[in-house]
Design a protein around this ligand. Structure first.
Ligand code: NAP
Ligand code: MG
Length: 493
């Protein structure tokens, strides 16, 4: 699409604005809610919000659908055909899905198209195609018995997702849950319901039966909490902050012991050794914190660099920062869009202001830009010589803010990389294979990248350790979250 195309499409794109319950778009009883675009601060839509009562209706509809087998009893082959059809419809409507994501949360429409929509299209297809190839087990027990080990769908799944990758996070949960035969209630983030609503409408068009996929827009405190505490939700799959992930575990403990799969925040490090391809390492590290305006669980928000190559690395990082200035996400060549909202920009800036009083030295950025637009634009911001105990090196900013720290040797590098409460991802940059393997083994994270960043594939699981949570999205491992293992013993004569 060209520049004018994205803008023209933004003016005419349509989407549902209600809640999806039992296959129908209905008005919730939680009031109407304005969706504000971070591009210019303008209201782009009003959507209906769910109260606890509406959440209850959605869970009941999911439960009925699950129990009567309209989806859960379909053969895997039949479910696959519908998921693949849904994937095709998402491809047909990719422009609208991209522009809605750009409008609601400010990422460049081009990136939404190339990255998020590609994830949506591929994930629906991958889990659809996978599910009729997953086999159950029969162990070799005694001759007078037969034992079956079977995967059964866990029941009603609540998927609660954030706004940074509104559709990618939703599809990583919805696709495997539906593939195994569960029913789903999806709660999009308050900031980003529009793309999720269109995505769900396409599910209906693809033939997902009524009640199998429900969508409840709403406040986390209301709709999210109601799902977390619901006595008839079997599984919560959650992506978001560590604080809210902990809440869901509390809700589960205080209700029905539902299983909670938290996929949470991070403070990931790029660790660059002197024998690395420095230009590649430094520019990739910069991209890993500036991409999506730093609003990524895997943002490379810490740069740990050997003291001997510090100056050279910083030259590349600062050049990348200068080349990644934010702009209107509906323009075709914008390298970085907005942050999600004015409130989030204020939070990011407060953390930057606090960091100014800490040990580090601000090299670039640090003030909102393009304020005359009414939008929420924050530039790449780099702090050098950050003490590892500073809050900037410990806390997730969720904005384009990089903390740089030097190290003297491998042991210190590993200690610094592991020195936060998080354990989502980290990257090691070195041309020494022994070192790459040694350091990878010592990093306490769910994902290690060696001489790359953000590599991913649907065949490969994604998720963290420590306070980055323990759920795994993608790959056949994701099926474990949404299935129970049943064993059946049959005595033979
Ligand atoms: P968040 O504030 O934790 O919100 C995530 C979801 O939980 C939203 O739908 C939110 O609703 C809901 N929620 C908020 N408070 C709640 C409560 N008290 N009870 C129940 N639900 C509640 O996270 P965010 O700000 O949207 O997203 C950023 C976070 O997500 C970062 O920490 C990031 O690292 C993490 N993330 C992790 C991964 C991963 O795979 N590990 C991927 C992407 C993002 P509202 O929208 O109404 O607040
Ligand atoms: Mg939030």
């Amino acid at each position: 699409m060209t520049v004018t195309d994205w803008q023209a499409l933004a003016a005419r794109v349509t989407h549902p604005s209600g809640l999806l319950i039992d296959g129908a778009w209905v008005d919730g009883t939680g009031g109407r809610h304005s969706v504000i675009s971070p591009i210019d601060g303008a209201m782009i839509a009003e959507v209906s919000f769910a109260s606890e009562y509406d959440v209850d209706l959605a869970v009941m509809s999911a439960r009925r659908a699950f129990e009567d087998g309209r989806w859960s009893h379909k053969s895997p082959l039949e479910r696959k055909e519908i998921l693949v059809r849904w994937s095709e419809l998402c491809a047909e409507h990719s422009d609208e899905l991209a522009v809605l994501q750009a409008l609601e949360m400010g990422k460049p429409a081009r990136e939404a198209q190339a990255v998020d929509n590609r994830a949506v299209i591929r994930t629906l297809r991958w889990f659809g195609e996978a599910i009729d190839k997953v086999l159950d087990e029969i162990p070799n027990t005694a001759r007078n018995s037969l034992a079956l080990i079977q995967r059964e769908p866990a029941g009603v799944v609540a998927a609660i997702v954030p706004w940074n990758f509104p559709l990618t996070m939703a599809v990583w949960k919805v696709a495997p849950a539906l593939a195994v035969g569960c029913s789903v209630v999806l709660k999009p983030a308050e900031a980003s319901p529009l793309s999720a609503l269109l995505f769900a409408q396409l599910a209906l068009e693809a033939g997902i039966p009524d009640g199998v996929l429900n969508v409840v827009n709403g406040h986390g405190q209301v709709a999210g909490q109601a799902l977390g505490r619901h006595m008839d939700v079997d599984v919560v799959t959650f992506t978001g902050s560590t604080a809210v992930g902990a809440k869901f575990m509390e809700y589960a403990a205080q209700s029905n012991l539902k299983r909670v799969w938290p996929e949470l925040g991070g403070k990931s490090a790029n660790v660059i050794f002197p024998d690395a391809d420095i230009a590649k390492a430094a520019s990739t590290a910069a991209g890993s914190i500036f991409y999506n305006a730093g609003q990524m669980c895997t943002a490379g928000s810490r740069l740990l660099v050997h003291e001997s190559i510090h100056d050279e690395v910083m030259e590349h990082v600062l050049r990348a920062a200068a080349e990644t200035q934010p702009g209107n996400p509906l323009l075709a060549d914008t390298p970085m869009g907005t942050v999600v909202s004015a409130a989030h920009l204020t939070r990011i800036h407060a953390m930057v202001e606090r960091a100014r009083g800490e040990s580090g030295e601000l090299l670039t950025g640090g003030e909102a830009v393009l304020q005359e637009t009414g939008g929420s634009y924050y530039p790449p911001t780099v702090f050098d010589h950050v003490d590892p105990s500073d809050l900037l090196a410990q806390e997730e900013v969720f904005g384009p803010v990089l903390a740089v720290t030097t190290f003297a040797d491998e042991a210190e590098a590993v200690r610094l990389a592991n020195g936060t409460q998080y354990g989502l991802a980290s990257a090691v940059w070195t041309c020494d294979l022994d070192r790459a393997v040694r350091v990878s083994r010592d990093l306490r994270v769910g994902v290690v990248w060696v001489n790359c960043y953000e590599e991913g594939d649907l065949t490969v699981p994604f998720g963290g350790v420590k306070q980055s949570g323990f759920g795994r999205d993608k790959s056949l491992h994701a099926l474990d979250k949404f299935t129970d293992i049943k064993t059946t013993w049959i005595e033979l004569a």
